[in-house]
Write a protein that binds this ligand. Structure first.
Ligand code: ADP
Ligand code: MG
Length: 527
């Protein structure tokens, strides 16, 4: 195991990474960072979600100097990715005076030109828009040290090869070239061969993984009600001892706080705690003083507790190995174990990969409805109130009530106090799927897909593919209109985010497809 410290990073970058909540480098990061900082070319291959951005982002920021010219250029296939990568780099560069700028089509070019004129060290862009700026003379690449081709397979798939080649011509011959990709089709290999100098290949191989016999379940949830869903799920389970996994240290802290506020007996465990603090948490866990331990993968590695009844993946694991690792914490010594995984629309593709690679049978379950759980929750509150009254020691609180008793009904006051205590701690950074008016029937969302009859797809292919890719029942798919070159289809609102994230860039029958929310007028104009 390598730590970020062992990678020899500067204090400023270490501090930023720490605040991002990364505990240790992912395998692709551990292997790429030391090579990239030597200036060598690198071809990095690892599946989606394994942290490739920081694998080049950390060394780029580390190597960046204050001089106000473009030192690194990162090419990404889509504007979303450009924005995402820029965001991650900005966080890594938080304590260095390095400016990053995403440039992509669809945003006013004037605004981008102004930003470029102010002096930017790292530019992240889509090939078309980057080329546009080069031709206008607003982006100069003659002093670029490093160029990154991110998600190279996607870029080539989308037909950007000529643009990429044209951009490479504009950069100095002695530049460093980095290429990252989830897969290595021939086109990508050819590109690497033509434009890279003796690249070091870093491939994260996924070894055979086998899943122990543990009952496995997943729930589809939306980011914005993930916490509420988790509470409903754990309320409906009889958890004797559970471990809840989060991806980052910050995630552990936030979830711990939120669950404690809601009256759960939990505590968090992660790498920032001192040995003494950890020992204390583990002791409480072993003694059953806490029912659920919230932990990062790293922190949980050292844990050896025999009777864990539940493992909950609050955040999806980064790869199949860590899935197996996590769920292996339960079902020990012949005891029955249950592994529960929450999956958001954005995580669905990675989840499918994990399911496929582990050959696990992970069964979908509906999140228990609020009504199911409400009664149980009420029961819990009544128990707690009863116990508190019997315990006594209320004089101080009675005094607080003071003359409120003259103003209000005591039952209202008790209810208000309960409301304050049980108050909701909703997670804020929830992406909302508001597809707007798509011209669909009530309760449905209508999508536009850029392929139709000429790509030899029929309704049954489409229904099967969508239901498989997005993990939704066939009955959630409504009206389908297939035209020559495009298709409209309606799906139930509840399933729409999963359909959107799983199919917006994918393949059907070998054709590359793009799916987006329809606009109401398209019903008429595209016909
Ligand atoms: P990829 O490009 O390989 O698909 P990303 O770079 O987009 O993957 O990373 C996926 C997610 O993992 C991001 O949310 C990122 O912030 C997070 N991540 C990356 N590296 C680490 C790490 N070392 N520890 C925890 N989370 C990480
Ligand atoms: Mg990536």
């Amino acid at each position: 195991m390598t730590t970020f410290l062992e990678l020899g990073l500067s204090k400023k970058v270490m501090q930023a990474i720490d605040e991002m909540g990364f505990e240790e480098p992912s395998p692709i990061q551990a292997q790429c960072i030391p090579v990239v900082v030597t200036g060598k070319d690198v071809v990095g291959q690892a599946q989606t979600g394994t942290g490739k951005t920081a694998a080049f982002g950390i060394p780029l920021v580390e190597m960046a100097a204050n001089a106000r010219h473009v030192q690194s250029l990162i090419l990404t296939p889509t504007r979303e990715l450009a924005i995402q990568v820029a965001g991650e780099l900005r966080k890594i560069a938080k304590y260095k005076r390095i400016r990053t700028l995403p440039i992509y089509g669809g945003q006013s070019i004037g605004h981008q030109i102004k930003a470029l004129q102010q002096g930017v060290q790292i530019v992240i862009g889509t090939p078309g828009r980057v080329l546009d700026h080069i031709r206008r003379g607003t982006l100069k690449l003659d002093k670029v040290r490093t160029i990154v081709l991110d998600e190279a397979d996607e870029m080539l798939d989308m037909g950007f090869i000529e643009d990429i080649e044209a951009i490479l011509q504009e950069t100095p011959k002695e530049r460093q070239t980095l290429l990252f990709s989830a897969t290595m089709p021939d086109l990508v290999k050819k590109l690497a061969k033509r434009y890279m100098k003796e690249p070091v290949a870093v491939t994260i191989n996924r070894g055979e993984v086998s899943v122990p016999l543990i009952e496995q379940v997943y729930y589809k949830v939306l980011e914005r009600n993930k916490l509420e869903s988790l509470c409903r799920i754990i309320d409906s389970e009889e958890i004797q001892l559970g471990i809840i996994f989060c991806r980052t240290k910050r995630g552990v802290d936030e979830l711990t706080e939120a669950l404690i506020a809601r009256g759960y007996m939990t505590d968090g465990l992660h790498g920032d705690l001192s040995q003494a603090q950890r020992d204390r948490v583990m002791k409480k866990f072993r003694n059953g003083e806490i029912e659920m331990l919230i932990a990062t993968d790293v922190a949980a590695r050292g844990i050896d507790v025999g009777n864990v009844s539940h493992v909950v993946n609050y955040d999806i694991p980064q790869d199949p190995e860590s899935y197996v690792h996590r769920i292996g914490r339960t079902g020990r010594a012949g005891k029955r174990g249950l592994a529960l995984t929450l999956v958001t629309p954005r995580e669905y593709k990675l989840f499918k990969t994990i399911e496929k690679e582990t050959k696990a049978n992970i069964v979908m379950r509906e999140v228990p409805t609020l009504a199911d759980v409400a009664e149980r929750q009420a029961e819990i509150w009544r128990d707690r109130l009863r116990a508190t009254v019997q315990e006594g020691g209320l004089a101080h609180y009675r005094a607080i009530l003071g003359n409120l008793l003259d103003e209000f009904d005591p039952i209202d006051l008790a209810a208000a106090a309960l409301k304050l205590t049980a108050g909701d701690a909703q997670s804020e950074d929830a992406e909302d799927y508001d597809f707007g008016d798509t011209g669909a029937a009530p309760g449905m969302v209508r999508f536009f897909i850029n392929i139709g009859r000429s790509a030899k797809i029929g309704p049954s292919d489409l229904i099967r593919t969508i239901s498989e890719e997005a993990g939704i029942p066939v009955r959630a798919i409504g009206k389908i209109d297939i035209f020559d070159k495009f298709t409209f289809l309606e799906v139930e609102e509840e399933s729409a985010p999963f359909v959107f994230e799983s199919l917006r860039q994918s393949r059907i029958n070998g054709s590359r497809v793009n799916l987006e929310p329809a606009r109401p007028r398209e019903r008429m104009s595209r016909r």
